[in-house]
Design a protein around this ligand. Structure first.
Ligand code: ADP
Ligand code: GLC
Length: 487
């Protein structure tokens, strides 16, 4: 099949979260299965043109009241032959930040991602590439599916199927309705089934309506987003398309996240010989300025400082955690200002107990995954989550709120049998979070044999992309059959 991926971030070129990891990896696995896969994203500031090739023709993209012009740069996804195209338009993309500066989104994001979405179609024409499937991701490229049913309806591209992956239903692309002309869509599409929600434009809603098939990134999340508790006001819209929605767990890049060869670590290790993990722990304690002591459990956490990730609950629980448990904490994150300040101040006051690094630092993220005993993810919701899979591969037992992908990828500790690969809390609040951390700390001190067995079991689990890539292949086939009327 010919498959065209369009996404707002792709690792290693630009990344704010797991979306980039997914779009950086899945196309390569599909290529291994023999498909012709290509990827397109914006040329943001910071992406070096040095290794890229510029296409001779400019690209005209109809947006707003006219047309915006850009250039196309071509490269390859690292360690692969998969072509990746970068759309250049400096007025839209040459600035600090991907979606916004600090906590506020850019005011022209509708135009920036209309350019990417419509530009995806313009590019496929420039290349003469008529895909069987456009695979689009989150609201930022959801409009591709709308254009296939409108502007492209009568062209060869209009026969292509579209698959929209929802990585996070919390982000929907809400805009004031007077911005509709930016999308160059007729007002007839501004209705309660397509683009209108609560008197505003909702780009994701339009994408959900117009895409041939929908996927999301774990089976549990596929069910959760059909409920008001996790639906962010679109649960009804998702339910209406339940027969076209598939939950496929993300994989991880097992070559990058491999403790036996990870170049970011002070020592490497594997499930048979964990001695290197002890070195990683000691080095991490040293780097964090914490007392170097193998006998104190060390809990790590790496993520965006965002409401989704449960930092508010951790902030509420932390006085009890520090007051009543013999434990050390290392945090790495960036995002909401209150969290950066709160956890930064806390580590200033308790330097022997907690270190909070503010920043985005992939190498340090690897060292935290390896050097910690436990990995904390008290997310309110988590469509998939990658860190709990990384941490299991590193023998670092996740402590998670049992939602979405966290529910699907972590097995709870059983004190009777010693089974499990992590610790789960089912009803998240400050007390229950304290309790589950206390349970893990208790097991660390009282059940060292079981903890060691859990580490080994976790490290032997497989989270590769091979299986998910085959599941996507099936969804593409289904989408093509539906689009061509074969069902
Ligand atoms: P989300 O996409 O919701 O942020 P995921 O768990 O899917 O959550 O993916 C997050 C990715 O971003 C992981 O690869 C994680 O290691 C990385 N990451 C998040 N915050 C940081 C940070 N401050 N420094 C380095 N890597 C980070
Ligand atoms: C989103 C979700 C995260 C998921 C990632 C990749 O950012 O928050 O849970 O792992 O997308 O699909």
């Amino acid at each position: 099949m010919k498959i065209f991926f369009s996404a707002s971030e792709v690792a290693p070129f630009a990344k704010t979260g797991g979306l980039a990891d997914v779009v950086g990896a899945l196309p390569k696995y599909l290529a291994h299965l023999g498909h012709d896969v290509r990827v397109v994203m914006p040329l943001y500031r910071g992406i070096s043109r040095a290794a890229l090739e510029r296409h001779p023709q400019p690209l005209g993209v109809p947006v707003g009241w006219g047309e915006k012009w850009g250039a196309v740069w071509e490269g390859r996804l690292p360690k692969s032959e998969v072509p990746i195209y970068f759309l250049e338009n400096d007025s839209l993309y040459d600035r600090e930040g991907i979606y916004g500066a600090k906590e506020s989104a850019f005011g022209d994001n509708l135009e920036r991602y209309a350019f990417l979405s419509r530009g995806t179609l313009q590019l496929s024409k420039l290349l003469g590439f008529v895909p069987d499937v456009f695979h689009v991701h989150d609201w930022m490229t959801a409009a591709v599916s709308i254009y296939l049913n409108t502007w492209e309806k009568e062209t060869p591209w209009g026969k292509a199927a579209s698959v929209l992956t929802i990585h996070n239903l919390a982000h929907q692309g809400w805009f004031p309705k007077d911005e509709l002309p930016t999308l160059q869509l007729d007002w007839s599409h501004y209705n309660f089934l397509e683009l209108e929600a609560y008197d505003k434009i909702n780009v994701l809603k339009g994408g959900i309506y117009h895409s041939t098939c929908l996927t999301t990134v774990s089976p549990s999340y596929a069910l959760e987003i059909q409920t008001p508790a996790f639906g962010f006001a679109l649960d009804g819209v998702v339910r209406a398309r339940a027969d076209s929605l598939f939950g496929i767990l993300n994989g991880i890049d097992e070559t990058i996240w491999d403790p036996s060869s990870d170049p970011n670590l002070p020592a490497n290790y594997n499930a048979e010989d964990l001695s290197g993990k002890a070195v990683c722990k000691a080095e991490l304690q040293r780097e964090a300025g914490l007392p170097v002591n193998p006998n104190i459990p060390l809990i790590g956490m790496v993520s965006r400082f965002d409401k989704q990730k449960g930092y508010d609950v951790l902030a509420e629980a932390i006085p009890r955690i520090l007051g009543e448990l013999d434990v050390q904490l290392v945090l790495l994150g960036t995002g909401e200002y209150w969290a950066e300040t709160f956890f930064g101040t806390l580590s200033h006051h308790h330097p022997e107990r907690i270190q909070a690094w503010v920043g985005f630092n992939p190498a340090l993220a690897h060292r935290i995954e390896a050097g910690s005993d436990f990995f904390l993810m008290p997310s309110h919701f988590e469509p998939c989550g990658l860190n709990q899979m990384y941490s299991q591969r590193y023998g670092t037992l996740p402590i998670v709120h049992a939602v979405g992908g966290l529910e699907d990828t972590v097995e709870n500790f059983d004190e009777e049998t010693g089974e499990g690969t992590g610790f789960k809390v089912y009803d998240l609040n400050a007390d229950s979070l304290f309790d589950v951390i206390g349970w893990a700390v208790w097991a660390f001190y009282q059940r060292p044999g079981q903890i060691l067995a859990m580490r080994r079991r976790a490290m032997q689990k497989h989270f590769s992309w091979d299986q998910p890539a085959r599941e996507y292949e099936k969804v593409y086939q289904k989408a093509v059959r539906r689009r061509t009327g074969l069902k």
